[in-house]
Ligand binder design. Structure first.
Ligand SMILES: C[S@@+](CC[C@H](N)C(=O)[O-])C[C@H]1O[C@@H](n2cnc3c(N)ncnc32)[C@H](O)[C@@H]1O
Length: 191
């Protein structure tokens, strides 16, 4: 099965995870507060790379951001349209080479996607190229108990390898995940 088919299949139940669907008001409020703490004030242009079912895009669009989501899974994009197409735009495409205008975004946001790039370093260079001057990068990643993912140190090193600064905030609080976690999940920001 191709990666795209795998994610198409994942899409059906994707929002069942607390952090994916943000159905629980406390969990949603925690992600809202975390993201708003690190974003410039709205309105601002946000590229959401590997946007999945569009949950974060919806959250940010409701806060006044202009969000454009990219995902290579047609089923994810279909669900993102259904969920948030009234307030955000979504396009099918490869996040490794986002089909978006360079030097145009105030924010590049990506949650749980960098780890899946064939070359995270090459993808990161392209993501940073999307940023307007003074644009910010927000990466939510993890080194999950499944064995998948990137360590916080790897992600920080990847960002610093582009010549940019990187700030690490670990996210151990259960409120973000709907349960206690025993692996490493974190946010890396670069301004
Ligand atoms: C773990 S999910 C995260 C979804 C969303 N960012 C979120 O946090 O709710 C990973 C997403 O990345 C997408 N994805 C993985 N590799 C991709 C690629 N090369 N190009 C575009 N999307 C990709 C998958 O289809 C899936 O929607």
């Amino acid at each position: 099965m191709s990666d795209i088919e795998t994610w198409d299949r994942e899409a059906e139940t994707f929002d069942e995870a607390a952090d994916h669907g943000l159905a629980d008001p406390e969990c949603r409020a925690a992600w809202r507060a975390l993201l708003l703490e690190h974003l410039p004030s709205a309105p601002a242009r946000v590229a959401d790379l590997g946007c999945g079912t569009g949950t974060l895009a919806l959250l940010l669009a409701e806060e006044g951001y202009a969000v454009e989501g990219v995902d290579f899974s047609p089923e994810m994009v279909r669900r993102a349209h259904d969920k948030a197409g009234h307030v955000a735009t979504f396009v099918e495409g490869d996040a490794a080479e986002p089909p978006l205008a360079v030097a145009s975004y105030d924010v590049v946001l990506s949650r749980h996607v960098l780890w899946a790039m064939p070359s995270p370093a090459a993808a990161l260079e392209r993501w940073i190229a999307l940023l307007a001057p003074a644009g910010r990068l927000l990466l939510v990643e993890g080194n999950w108990s499944t064995g998948a993912g990137l360590s916080a140190e790897q992600t920080v090193a990847l960002v610093r390898g582009t010549g940019r600064g990187a700030e690490l905030r670990r996210l151990p609080e259960p409120v973000y995940w709907g349960r206690a976690i025993d692996d490493d999940r974190y946010l890396v920001t670069s301004t």
